[in-house]
Structures are given as structure tokens and as C-alpha cells.
Design a protein around this ligand. Structure first.
Ligand SMILES: Nc1ncnc2c1ncn2[C@@H]1O[C@H](COP(=O)(O)OP(=O)(O)OP(=O)(O)O)[C@@H](O)[C@H]1O
Ligand SMILES: [Mg+2]
Length: 584
């Protein structure tokens, strides 16, 4: 498409009106003004185009040039994405910081990925082989942890004429087809367009967060969507960051969207030094961080979740399981609202534009488990876990409600629990998971058929706990029957030892499913044996005073490795002590 050159006619915050733009195309990018700020056309009327500009518009003047090249807003995909830290339009923040000495300068051009960097390309195809879209033509060891699979881009097929082996950069193709089509290490993809795949697959495997309240009670499936709404300071960011650290997945895309700058700078300094507990390798080797803090331009914040999910899709296409963690989607919605109000659009509920839910859907629906494009059988997944910050903690507001339409799991954070320092502050009575039925087979097959029974008992116990708490509010704990008192005691152990989980305790911070299963075994062995003793006529005080209670209450401090053996030992002790304890 040929260039269109217009002129700035007006500027309002992050939006710019350009005249002389007849034939301009919606959602294509322009360079605005002398500094060449990047903008995207979001509305056209006659010869005027309205752009959202991804950089600070301060200093622009009427009459400066606006140039459209007719390309949609795109990201560069290829080796070097991992370990990178980029802004909402994929500008490499650390490199820009170097180039502009401290603050991020305006109109600074830096390639998203280093095209001159040399990678070792190992072909898996040879001349004469046929390739089709999504076919893996070679591999690049991107980090010590992740092998990058170089794929024929969507729309590209043919017979290979030449393919290189060894050193490769972004400046020359690695493969040429007989019709002259070149395939390189890098490809461009428009951020607002979903990348193609062969088929969606049902969510049958849990996404392993290592957090007991999620994995056991409120699981999200690989390829599913969970939202984490919570009022101010209830622990949303800590939930997202804990999952970024401990989740058992191949790739993590962390989108820090409109949150406080100092929180993000913690991530930027923390992440490169953090080691993955499973492999001992730095966590950054599997991570891409996309940040647009609250003081960065709002339009780039609007783009950041789409940039993030496009990168996620690219790794999904290689056959990896990807987690996209967004903190917080409410700040994204606020960016949308700000831009919409500059356009003087008719506002919907609480000032958000009427298309809030549609746009949000365009993001959430790109999650999923899929059969990847290409001839090699492989599956990939994107699990989306996004924080929502409802003002005043009121979940009836539009962003929480719109997100709920697309989410399969709700992890609702509760200010009372956070105040009591019960973290993660998940309110298990309000939260839900729609995936649990689909995951039952997996739990039964991969952990134990007994897991389903224990899980159901835990739900029942927590339900009973809330009923008993209501009763004691009225009649006091002394008036409870002994059996109910025991139930309440065990339920309290369940919340203290099982649902509460400390990020500061190495043994507790991340739990395997195996450990979660054995913890429940211990809990209910304690409950059953204590109940039997109570029935036999043992004083409840004798039961509760036993040091066994404290040991069950502290069982989370035993490491994952060897937990099962330990638990078996503890269960044996519980059985023998409660069967021999003296009666009244
Ligand atoms: N799992 C946890 N273990 C221990 N402390 C926690 C945990 N989660 C949260 N906290 C405490 O709560 C504080 C607030 O948590 P966090 O910043 O995650 O809240 P938030 O919901 O993201 O807040 P905001 O609404 O401001 O974004 C933390 O600084 C920390 O002290
Ligand atoms: Mg936060």
C-alpha cells in the first residue's frame, strides 16, 4: 500500500486528529509529527483520521506531518523474546533506557528484537522437503531452558530449495522455498488478530499453580481463564507474581498494566535474579515482561494486553504451555475509557465505552488449549489469569462483570481475610471453578481416585465451618455439641494449614499435587480418628491438647520431597495414639 501523508489538525491528550487522510485504513499505524511518534488510526471520518498515540503527545503542533504506511500495529516474533522487558508496543525498555540515558525518550526508535544477534539455527528439514503453514523448519536454543521452534508463518507453503545450518541473524533468511519465498528467524504479526491454529481442545489438564487453594479447591485448566478480583491491597499482585514464579508451565508472559511503577521496578530487579525452584535456572529464561506502568502513555497500555497475548500465541504455536498473567485488567479498561472520552463517545456504565465487553472478549477468547497449526502433531495452550481491581471492592462494577462472562474460574479476594493476614486471601465460599468437572478424570488418574473423595470432604467441611460460625455467633462456642466443636477445630486447621500458604517459607511456597493430596489424607485421618475417640468417650480437651494437633497444623512446613513418606508416618501415629488414649 502506498504512503498517505496528512497533517495534524488537533491534539487532545493521547489522541490526535489528522487531516488529509482520505484512503487511510482503520487500525493501521502512522508516524506522527517531527519526532515520529507511533500512533494507530482508531476512527476515520471523511478525510480526517483520529489516532491514539502510543507516546506522550506533549509538544506536538498543528500542521506537523502524519504519515501512514498502511500497516497494522504488529509485534516482531522470534528468538530473543524471552528474558526481554518491553513496553505495550514492544519497545525494549532496557535498551531504550540506555539509548536515551535514564528516562524513556520520545520517538526513540529501537528494534524490538536484535536483528544482528547471532543464533545457532539447527534445521530439521532439508532441500526438497515440503512445508506448510506452522511446519517447524528448524530450532534455535533460545535460552538454557527453551528451544525456540522456527515455523513457516501462516500462509506460507511450498518446497524447500535452500536451508542453512549454523549461525543465523535476522538480516538474512534461513530458508528459501522453490518459488522464492523466504523464511527468516523473525515474523511480524498484527496484535489485534488471533494467530491461527487447527482446533480447540477441551480443558482436561489442570494448570499447576503450586498454590493449594487453587490447585485443589478452585482449579483452572490449562487453556482456561481465571480472574482475580479484589479490593485495594488484598493481594492480587502477590497472587500474580507467585504464579509467575512457581507455576509449572513452559513460558510466562507477565503483563504489568497500569500498576505502580515501583512494583514493576521490583519485578524488573527481582526476576533476573530469581531461580526456578523446579530447575534451579533463572526464571527470566522462560519469561517475557510487558510493562506499562501508570505513568506511561495510556494508549500503549491499551495495546499491552494484545501485545502480550500475541507473544503468548506464538509460543503456544510452538507447542508450549503458556501462562499470561495480567495485572490489572481494570487499568487497561481505564485506558480504554480515557481514550473513548477523548473521542467524545457516548459513555456506557460508569463511563466505560459500550464496547468494553467486546474488546475484553477479544482478549480473553485468545486463551485456550489448541492443536497447533502444521503437520507435526503438537498441542499448546494459553492460560490467562488476570487481576481485576474493582473500585471499593465492589464486584458488581462493569470490568469485573464483563470479565466474569469469559472466565471459567473466579478467585475472589476478600478484604477481611487479607486484614487477618490469611493469604492468599481467597474467599472460598464466593469463588468458583467451572473446570472442576472436566478435571475430575485427571485428578483420579494422575493423583489418586481417593483425591476426589478428599476434595469433596474438604468442600463439605468448609461449608460446615461457615454454618457453625454463624451458630456460635448466636449461642457461643461453649454451647456447641462436642462433635461440632471437633468439626470446627478440624475446619480451622484446614483453613490455617491448607488454605493459607506462605510465600516466605520455602517448603510452603510451592506445593506439588502429591503433597496437597497427602496433606488432605493427614487432615482427614486426624478428623476420623479424633471423632472415633470422641465417640468412645475421650474428653474433647484430651483430643485437642494432644501434640498431634500442632503437628497436623504445621504439616505444610515439611518439604514436597518425601512428604508422602512423612505423612504416612504421621497417620500411623495418629491412629495408634487415638486408639489407645484413655477414656473419661
Ligand atoms: N501470599 C501472601 N503472603 C504474605 N503477604 C501477602 C501475601 N499476599 C499479599 N500479602 C501482603 O499484602 C500486601 C498487598 O498485596 P498486593 O500488593 O498483592 O495487593 P494488591 O491487591 O495487588 O493491591 P493493589 O490494589 O494496591 O494493587 C503485600 O504487600 C503483602 O504485605
Ligand atoms: Mg497490585
Amino acid at each position: 500500500m502506498k504512503e498517505i501523508r496528512g497533517k495534524i489538525y488537533g491534539v487532545s491528550g493521547p489522541t490526535v486528529i489528522a487531516s488529509g487522510m482520505s484512503n487511510a485504513v482503520m487500525n493501521t499505524v502512522c508516524l506522527v509529527g517531527r519526532q515520529g511518534l507511533l500512533g494507530e488510526i482508531i476512527r476515520i471520518r471523511e478525510d480526517r483520521a483520529i489516532l491514539q498515540v502510543y507516546e506522550d503527545t506533549g509538544g506536538l503542533t498543528v500542521g506537523e506531518e502524519v504519515v501512514s504506511y498502511g500497516r497494522p500495529l504488529s509485534v516482531t516474533l522470534g528468538p530473543g523474546l524471552l528474558t526481554n522487558i518491553v513496553d505495550g508496543i514492544q519497545r525494549p525498555l532496557l535498551k531504550i533506557k540506555e539509548a536515551s540515558g535514564g528516562f524513556i525518550g520520545k520517538g526513540v526508535k529501537a528494534e524490538a528484537l536484535e536483528m544482528d544477534r547471532v543464533w545457532e539455527f539447527r534445521p530439521v528439514k532439508k532441500p526438497g522437503d515440503h512445508v506448510e503453514p506452522g511446519a517447524i523448519i528448524g530450532e534455535v536454543p533460545e535460552t538454557e531452558r527453551i528451544t525456540h521452534r522456527v515455523m513457516a508463518p501462516p500462509g506460507v507453503s511450498g518446497v524447500i530449495k535452500d536451508i542453512i545450518s549454523g549461525n543465523a541473524t535476522g538480516r538474512a533468511p534461513v530458508c528459501v522455498l522453490e518459488d522464492g519465498t523466504e523464511i527468516g528467524l523473525y515474523q511480524q504479526w498484527p496484535v489485534r488478530l488471533q494467530r491461527p491454529f487447527k482446533a480447540k481442545l477441551p480443558p482436561e489438564v489442570p494448570f499447576k499453580t503450586g498454590q493449594r487453594v487453587f490447585d485443589t479447591l478452585l482449579p483452572v485448566a490449562e487453556g482456561g481463564t481465571a480472574i482475580v478480583p479484589g479490593g485495594f491491597g488484598t493481594g492480587k499482585t502477590v497472587v500474580e507474581q507467585t504464579i509467575a514464579k512457581y507455576a509449572t508451565c513452559d513460558i510466562v508472559i507477565y503483563v504489568g498494566c497500569g500498576e505502580r511503577g515501583n512494583e514493576m521496578s521490583e519485578i524488573l530487579t527481582d526476576f533476573p535474579t530469581l531461580k526456578d525452584p523446579a530447575t534451579g535456572l533463572p526464571l527470566s529464561l522462560r519469561t517475557v515482561i510487558v510493562v506499562n506502568t501508570s505513568n506511561m502513555p495510556v494508549a500503549a497500555r491499551e495495546a499491552s494486553i494484545f501485545t502480550g497475548i500475541t507473544i503468548a500465541e506464538y509460543y503456544r504455536d510452538m507447542g508450549y504451555s503458556v501462562a499470561l498473567l495480567a495485572d490489572s485488567i481494570s487499568r487497561w479498561a481505564e485506558a480504554l475509557r480515557e481514550i473513548s472520552s477523548r473521542l467524545e463517545e457516548m459513555p456506557g456504565e460508569e463511563g466505560f465505552p459500550p464496547y468494553l465487553a467486546t474488546q475484553l472478549g477479544g482478549f480473553y477468547e485468545r486463551s485456550g488449549k489448541v492443536k497447533c497449526l502444521g503437520p507435526d502433531e503438537r498441542t499448546g495452550s494459553i492460560t490467562v489469569i488476570s487481576a481485576v481491581s474493582p473500585p471499593g471492592g465492589d464486584f458488581s462494577e462493569p470490568v469485573t462483570q464483563a470479565s466474569l462472562r469469559f472466565a471459567g474460574a473466579l478467585w475472589a479476594l476478600d478484604p477481611d481475610l487479607a486484614y487477618r493476614r490469611h493469604f492468599p486471601a481467597v474467599n472460598w465460599l464466593v469463588s468458583f471453578s467451572l473446570y472442576q468437572t472436566e478435571l475430575l478424570d485427571w485428578y483420579s488418574r494422575e493423583i489418586s481416585p481417593d483425591m476426589l473423595r478428599l476434595r469433596a470432604r474438604l468442600f463439605e467441611l468448609l461449608q460446615k465451618q461457615s454454618e457453625l460460625r454463624e451458630i456460635i455467633q448466636i449461642i457461643g462456642v461453649e454451647a456447641l455439641q462436642e462433635a461440632d466443636r471437633l468439626t470446627l477445630e478440624v475446619a480451622n486447621i484446614a483453613s490455617e494449614a491448607f488454605l493459607k500458604q506462605s510465600i516466605f517459607n520455602e517448603a510452603d511456597a510451592f506445593n506439588t499435587f502429591e503433597k496437597q493430596f497427602w496433606m488432605l489424607k493427614v487432615l482427614f485421618a486426624y478428623m476420623d480418628n479424633a471423632s472415633a475417640a470422641l465417640k468412645r468417650g475421650v474428653y474433647i480437651e484430651t483430643i485437642l491438647d494432644s501434640p498431634l494437633r500442632t503437628r497436623v497444623l504445621r504439616m505444610q512446613n515439611t518439604p514436597n520431597d518425601g512428604f508422602g513418606k512423612n505423612a504416612e508416618g504421621l497417620i500411623n501415629e495418629i491412629e495408634s495414639e487415638f486408639s489407645t488414649v484413655e477414656e473419661k
